[in-house]
Design a protein around this ligand. Structure first.
Ligand code: ATP
Length: 355
């Protein structure tokens, strides 16, 4: 029997609540004779680790993860530590260290969820946003000089490489080809950003030729926000730069009902390294420790992880279990307008998996 080695990294805030819930779900799946085994190793990296060791994760942390089959990640963010340290010191270190260049963010209005777009039927909103996850606006190139003086200068350079753009475009076209509508929208801003984004557009045209079965269009990122709200059914798969997709996917999550539901996968499509799955929400310190965190974003991330591992039947079972639970308003957490706790939602989804 295949045993998958799973690393869990709860990180900070509600990550410490939703990741144990995700593990509980995977253990319930395993107990219900899924046909495969799971072995877990937990890593207590994040804000507390930083306070003790001065770093968010150990220098040889990537080596401890390298031979895992997948990583389930919670969140990184701590009110006492600057955000750029928590982000670059843990999550981005793993994403970049393992060249997880495709960040995949599915969005759907799950059964029973009351989403804010009143003129939109639930079926109208079924998107996957592909975010370039290794370069662009978040490539980390830049600096500050003359700090505190009137002549201070600070730069963040957005860097795009032909290799980087070609591989994310190819990934996005391939993903679009695998979905029923076979449609890709390439998000751009080449009217204002007249160098790298123009190359981005040119490469889209070039890669499109490899996928004649996919219809595609181009949309400026600002216009895309309005289209997501006004004409959601015209979108299916989207591909965007690191920054653009970061913003669009938070909007997508809100339009689908709550940030607490949305999942994401940081994928190494070449499978040289483990891929990492996480809810898109942050550490949400306002509700930390109260048992109010919605675990559904983590559960859906578990579904993505199972799909990535090639366990499609198990992934489908878990997704059905999640939607049976979201269909029941009595099992909605506070972010969805309900009173249910993390533990109650977790127990209900696990119970759905019983044979
Ligand atoms: P970070 O700085 O780590 O990104 P944040 O608190 O700024 O964290 P989020 O964690 O993404 O941002 O949360 C924004 C708000 O959404 C939170 O204040 C919280 O109330 C709500 N929220 C986010 N995730 C969940 C969840 N899983 N369950 C319930 N509410 C959530």
């Amino acid at each position: 029997m295949k045993i998958y080695k799973i690393a869990t990294i709860p990180g900070d805030g509600i990550g410490k609540e939703v990741i144990p819930a995700g593990r509980q779900l995977l253990e319930a799946l395993q107990a219900s004779s899924s046909g495969f085994g799971l072995s877990f190793e937990n890593f207590g990296w994040g804000g507390d680790w930083y306070r003790e060791h001065g770093v968010m994760m150990p220098a040889d942390g990537l080596d401890a993860l390298r031979h895992k089959d997948a990583i389930l990640f919670g969140s990184a963010g701590d009110p006492q530590i600057p955000d750029h340290i928590t982000l670059w010191g843990l999550r981005l270190k793993i994403c970049q260290g393992f060249d997880q260049y495709a960040n995949v963010r599915p969005t759907r209005i799950l059964t029973g969820i009351d989403a804010p777009l009143k003129r939109c039927a639930p079926a109208d909103l079924d998107w996957v946003i592909v975010r370039e996850n290794s370069e662009g606006e978040y490539s980390g190139i830049g600096g500050r000089v003359h700090q505190g003086h009137p002549i201070e200068v600070a730069t963040d350079v957005s860097m795009m490489t032909r290799v980087g753009v070609e591989r994310i475009m190819r990934f996005a076209f391939k993903l679009a080809a695998s979905r029923p509508r076979r449609h890709l929208t390439v998000i751009t801003k080449s009217n204002a950003q007249r160098h790298a984004m123009v190359m981005w557009d040119e490469i889209a045209v070039q890669i499109a030729r490899e996928f004649p079965e996919v219809t595609w269009d181009k949309e400026l990122v600002d216009a895309a926000t309005a289209r997501m709200v006004n004409r959601p059914a015209t979108l299916d798969t989207l591909v965007a730069t690191n920054l653009h997709a970061d913003v669009l996917s938070d909007l997508a999550a809100a339009l689908a009902g709550s940030l607490g539901i949305a999942p994401t996968g940081n994928i190494d499509p070449e499978r040289r390294y483990p891929s990492m799955f996480e809810p898109i929400h942050g550490s949400a310190f306002d509700i930390m420790g109260l048992g109010l965190a919605n675990p559904v974003g983590t559960f859906w991330s578990v579904v993505m992880m199972l799909e990535h591992l090639g366990e499609s039947a198990a992934a489908q079972r878990v997704m059905q279990a999640i939607e049976h639970v979201t269909a029941n308003q009595a099992l909605h957490t506070r972010d969805l307008g309900g009173n249910a706790t993390t533990a109650e939602v977790t127990a209900a989804v696990c119970a759905e998996l019983l044979p």
